[in-house]
Design a protein around this ligand. Structure first.
Ligand SMILES: *[C@@H]1O[C@H](CO)[C@@H](O)[C@H](O)[C@H]1NC(C)=O
Length: 219
């Protein structure tokens, strides 16, 4: 009789613990989505040692503020946000200015494959709005589950902007090699734009990464 009672009493407790764990997991996931992060990339664009550069937003694009190719802009400071559509994909927003505070969606242009920022209206029409996410070690930004498809592409102003290699054509040079076929009207210099594969590092705003906290104290 005593044993029976213990068993019966044990069932709801077990369910309670599981529910609590699952609620905790959901809360953790929600907190992770809302945690703000800067984006950096460690890259060599000038043949020198790779350096960690912040990504900045300006004029609708995401740029790499590299010491050799400085790009003044608003430092990306973003987080995840469910994009309002049927798919309920995880979208991503970033501040674009501090005063007054304003946010933009981050998305990939369906034609140019450039990572862009804009209002919801700008995201309509088949652009890629997500799903954005983080790699399993939480270090890297992913789009469609892949952290390794971002590319730095040199722009007309000789600065570097971030593109997304939708189908591998950017890294393989497929796009710009069309110019070799003859007309070459689109690019008067006849030079394929320089490009470099990059990964985008999520540098947490609140110093939650121990490797950034370490060594800062006097101890
Ligand atoms: C985001 O990525 C994490 C780990 O990489 C995964 O556990 C989670 O299910 C992903 N979330 C979404 C909404 O895809």
């Amino acid at each position: 009789m005593v044993i029976g009672l213990l068993v019966i009493a044990g069932i709801p407790t077990t369910i309670g613990v599981c529910e609590a764990l699952s609620a905790q997991k959901k809360a953790d996931a929600a907190a992770k989505e809302k945690a703000k992060f800067f984006l950096t990339t460690t890259v060599s664009l000038d043949g020198e040692e790779p350096v960690e550069c912040f990504c900045v937003l300006k004029g609708g694009k995401l740029w790499i503020d590299h010491p050799a190719y400085p790009m003044p802009g608003h430092k990306f400071l973003g987080w995840y946000f469910t994009y309002p559509s049927e798919a309920q994909h995880l979208g991503m927003v970033s501040t674009i200015q501090d005063d007054p505070p304003a946010l933009n969606w981050i998305f990939v242009d369906k034609d140019s494959n450039m990572v862009r920022h804009g209002g919801r209206q700008d995201t309509l029409g088949g652009h890629t709005i997500g799903p954005w996410n983080w790699s399993s070690d939480e270090q890297w930004l992913t789009l469609e589950g892949d952290a390794a498809r971002f590319v730095a592409v040199e722009q007309e102003n000789r600065k570097w902007a971030v593109a997304w290699d939708r189908d591998g054509s950017i890294r393989n040079g497929g796009c710009d090699d069309e110019d070799e076929g003859g007309d070459g009207d689109e690019d008067e210099s006849h030079q394929p734009r320089k490009r470099a594969p990059i990964m985008l590092h999520r540098r947490m705003q609140l110093g939650m990464e121990s490797r950034y906290v370490k060594g800062q104290g006097a101890g």
